[in-house]
Design a protein around this ligand. Structure first.
Ligand SMILES: O=C(O)CCC(=O)C(=O)O
Ligand SMILES: [Fe+2]
Length: 382
């Protein structure tokens, strides 16, 4: 079974006993010093050891992108004042002149289609974060039930928001490289869930002037680049994804585990319900084993596929954050990593909204089938 990757071992959801203090309700939060510096205190993380959530259950999901206008005319009206340009030919668009907070439901449907088509969309000059956590939660809920992360910190009262927070101390910066030569950790978010997230919103509220970018890779293109012979061999294989290590690491660091960790099996090659494109669905952080293969075979094949996606800069992009940027990604057909490279002491504070999507399927004919893979589950010792 693949070993727990270095980046997963290092990063217990930013829970850091050195900078955490307690709120009035007994939850951990960041230090007073960091709280005083933060420009968006309503989005600061808390970790409440008493908060517990029941296991997630399978649900049917119908992507809003399927309701979109094929010409995206609600998102980009004919006489609108918007500019859209591709970041790279294979992945990503950058948009100016569209205010996410003001979109109608019809325009949100187009947004879901556009993000599915482009993989990553970078929206500049947004007022989205100024409306606070409640607005963010309501907005994201349009696209699907919001995922509550099992180990992350979140603003009090808004467990659906996943907060990324790094303090501004020199020690914190240096600790990033104490035991690793780099901090790159390619993944798609919480792929161990039965219905992992689809369209995902990420807003960096404040961050360093240079650095702290987020990198993305396109797993549709990564699949297309493989030879037909290898593509055919990958069909019908399934990967075991697990939350166990993340839970253990957080518990060991004194953090929280607010939902019991799960393991699930998903197809290695997945079909997208909106674009109908096939893509690799892999995850260096949570994907541990190809269940149909022996251990050494699985390790070698997974390592080949991870390296293929991670080295192919010709199917990747690097999103640069400016004040008031919101980035949306398709958490099914892309993988991403934070880039923790800044060396001036500055806060980096971000929030993520993760609407859950369909249970991954190798062919959309299985979409929303509650018995999908039932036989395989019963035959696998996990
Ligand atoms: O901090 C970043 O740039 C990305 C963090 C991340 O992987 C996430 O929130 O899903
Ligand atoms: Fe992520």
């Amino acid at each position: 079974m693949s070993p727990v990757p270095a980046a997963t071992r290092y990063d217990p959801s930013q829970f850091n006993p050195e900078h955490n203090s307690k709120t009035e309700s007994g939850a951990f939060t960041i230090s007073k010093e960091n709280r005083q510096q933060a420009k968006y205190p309503e989005f600061l993380p808390t970790w409440n050891p008493n908060q517990k959530f029941p296991p997630l259950e399978f649900f049917e999901f119908h992507d809003k992108g399927l309701l979109a206008d094929a010409n995206l005319s609600n998102l980009f009206p004919k006489n609108g004042n918007h500019q859209v340009k591709s970041v790279t030919p294979k992945l990503g668009s950058e948009v100016k002149g569209v205010q996410l907070s003001q979109l109608s439901d019809e325009a949100k449907n187009d947004l879901a289609l556009f993000v599915a088509q482009r993989g990553v969309v970078i929206f500049r000059d947004q007022d989205f974060s100024s409306y606070g956590p409640e607005f963010a939660v309501n907005y994201g809920s349009y696209f699907g039930p919001l995922h509550i992360h099992p180990t992350s910190g979140s603003p009090e009262g808004f467990p659906q928001l996943h907060i990324t927070f790094r303090g501004a101390s020199k020690k914190e910066l240096e600790s990033a490289f104490e035991s690793r030569t780099n901090n790159i950790a390619w993944h798609s978010d919480v792929s161990y869930e039965l219905n992992p997230p689809q369209i995902t919103f990420f807003s960096v509220l404040e961050g360093p002037e240079a650095g702290g970018d987020t990198i993305f890779a396109n797993t549709v293109e990564a699949y297309k680049r493989l030879s037909p012979a290898l593509q055919a061999r990958l069909e019908g294989l399934h990967v075991l994804h697990t939350a166990e290590d993340q839970a253990d690491i957080n518990a060991a660091a004194g953090g929280i585990v607010r939902r019991s960790p799960v393991s699930n099996i998903h197809p290695l090659v997945r079909q997208h319900p909106v674009t109908k494109e096939k893509h690799l669905f892999l995850n260096r952080e949570f994907g541990r084993k190809i269940v149909e293969l022996k251990e050494e075979e699985s390790d070698a094949l997974l390592e080949f596929l991870f390296t293929h996606v991670e080295q192919a800069h010709d199917l990747q992009l690097r999103a640069k954050w400016e004040p008031n940027t919101v980035v949306l990604w398709d958490n099914r057909s892309t993988v991403h990593s934070a880039v923790i490279d800044w060396d001036t002491p500055s806060l980096r504070h971000a929030f993520r909204i993760s609407p859950q999507g369909e249970r991954p399927v190798e062919d959309v004919k299985h979409l929303n089938d509650p018995n999908y893979l039932a036989e395989k589950y019963s035959s696998i010792r996990r």
